[in-house]
Design a protein around this ligand. Structure first.
Ligand SMILES: [Zn+2]
Length: 449
């Protein structure tokens, strides 16, 4: 056997899909099959990186992909041709908002500056100029279509090396002829899978509405995706789910989904910036108010500023919690900062609320009758009270203050599964977080074909 010199390549892909067709994870799955035929060695699972969900120009799920491989010298051009060919063939190039980007990076180690770029693309705003500057500086190659915005996500996917928390997703794809038709998967088997694999899989079903959430709704080629803690558990879960239509292929991806990677802790309310996602503390300064369409809005302040916090109707349980807050409650809010309309306060669209301390709810009531125990009736301001039952009058009595028991409890509350963002860490994952060290080894069959 002749040993050939091996070289490393990182391939980043982004923004090939639209609301009407395609999916960058599918192009990646096709590329995995092609690369396998070229005898490359996969250095890691393909990575599916969700970028900042609050950029105004985002695509559907704002997910970018990366493949990391070792290949024999001399195969570079074949590999690049395969990637570019698939992007050209499967991107929705006629769609206005679709601007694919492909990045090839041949350094063995990812430079710190590119890792930092990835972090910024997940938590904030980055520019195309910055991306192309870095690609030039470190000798990468980029191919952009149309306005080339996809290069940003493609580079970010290359730069995210999972040094903090990460998860996995097994995605099963449909036959081309079924795309656009109703997805056929046995719902009972999905509930069973959730039951048998929890807490090591997450976001399978919405327990409030008894609804399956692993099947997307759009015309994309995804039949379903199972998210979990390890490649083994998502494969195990996949064996339990019963698809009622053929599965064309499936792949296990490594991902930042379900890790809260988009959230940044901010020290004071006057430091909030639009388009970011934050964790910030404050004291409820205005009572919750119900606005049309059953949204709940309350305000918090911390001495440096005041912001509105909004719990929208689909947040379910979170909205109920928000409704029961009172002025004085100490909370930590998690969510996306929205730019205010003229003259209004900034708004945090809530993904989670942590109630740190509940204020005592004081209610002022009429006193009770000392003769018969019935609550007295007021005879008018400053005129005392009278018992309606026994007729006794109490001219000197005053209202009494009592502390009413709060229905709320301190603790963490998360938006319902159906309204969680890809990046939101669900309650089920608390305590299961991984702490860097990258991905250890790979299981044998992580994709078919
Ligand atoms: Zn009485």
């Amino acid at each position: 056997m002749r040993l050939t010199k091996q070289q490393t390549m990182h391939i980043g892909l982004d923004d090939t899909d639209s609301t009407r067709k395609g999916c960058t994870t599918y192009i990646t799955a096709l590329l995995v099959e092609k690369l396998e035929k070229l005898n490359v060695k996969f250095l890691d699972y393909p990575s599916l990186i969700r970028l900042n969900p609050n950029v105004p120009w985002k695509t559907r799920g704002n997910g970018a992909l990366c493949l990391r491989i070792a290949h024999a010298t001399g195969l570079e051009d074949k590999i690049k041709e395969a990637a570019i060919g698939l992007v050209e063939e499967h991107s929705d190039l006629d769609f206005k908002g679709t601007n694919p980007g492909v990045v090839f990076f041949q350094n063995e180690k990812i430079p710190e500056e590119i890792k930092e770029f990835a972090e910024k693309a997940i938590t904030g705003i980055v520019t195309l100029q910055k991306a192309t500057g870095l690609i030039q500086k470190f000798g990468g190659e980029a191919l952009g279509f149309k306005n080339c915005r996809g290069i940003i996500g493609a580079l970010a996917a290359v730069g995210e090396t999972f040094e903090a928390d990460y998860t996995y997703e097994l995605i099963a794809y449909r036959m081309a002829e079924n795309c656009g038709l109703l997805r056929k998967v046995d719902a009972a088997s999905i509930f069973e899978m959730d039951e048998l694999t929890q807490p090591y899989t997450f976001n399978n079903v919405d327990s409030e509405k008894r609804r399956v959430v692993i099947t997307p709704r759009g015309p994309d080629p995804i039949l379903f995706g199972i998210r979990g803690e390890t490649p083994e558990i998502v494969k195990e879960a996949f064996r339990i789910v019963k698809p009622l239509e053929p599965v064309e292929r499936w792949v296990v991806f490594c991902s930042n989904q379900g890790t809260d990677a988009h959230l940044r802790r901010v020290a004071a309310l006057n430091q909030l910036a639009p388009y970011s996602s934050v964790v910030v503390r404050g004291v409820v300064s205005r009572s919750p108010r119900l606005v049309p369409l059953r949204h709940v809005i309350f305000s918090i302040s911390d001495g440096t500023g005041e912001v509105d916090c909004a719990a929208y109707e689909p947040t379910g349980a979170l909205r109920k919690v928000a409704r029961d807050l009172i002025v004085g409650d100490r909370v930590e809010v998690y969510g996306a900062v929205r730019e205010p309309s003229a003259g209004k306060r900034l708004t945090v669209n809530l993904e989670k609320i942590s109630i740190l301390a509940l204020a005592p709810e004081i209610v002022r009531q009429n006193p009770v009758c000392s003769e018969c125990g019935k609550r007295l009736k007021s005879m008018g301001r400053g005129k005392g009270f009278r018992c309606e039952k026994c007729g006794t009058r109490f001219s000197d009595a005053e209202k009494v203050q009592t502390v009413r028991e709060r229905k709320l409890r301190a603790g963490l509350y998360v938006t319902s599964t159906r309204s969680q963002r890809h990046l939101t860490k669900p309650l089920r994952r608390y305590g299961l977080e991984k702490h860097g060290a990258g991905v250890a080894g790979m299981i044998g069959n992580w994709h078919v074909p």
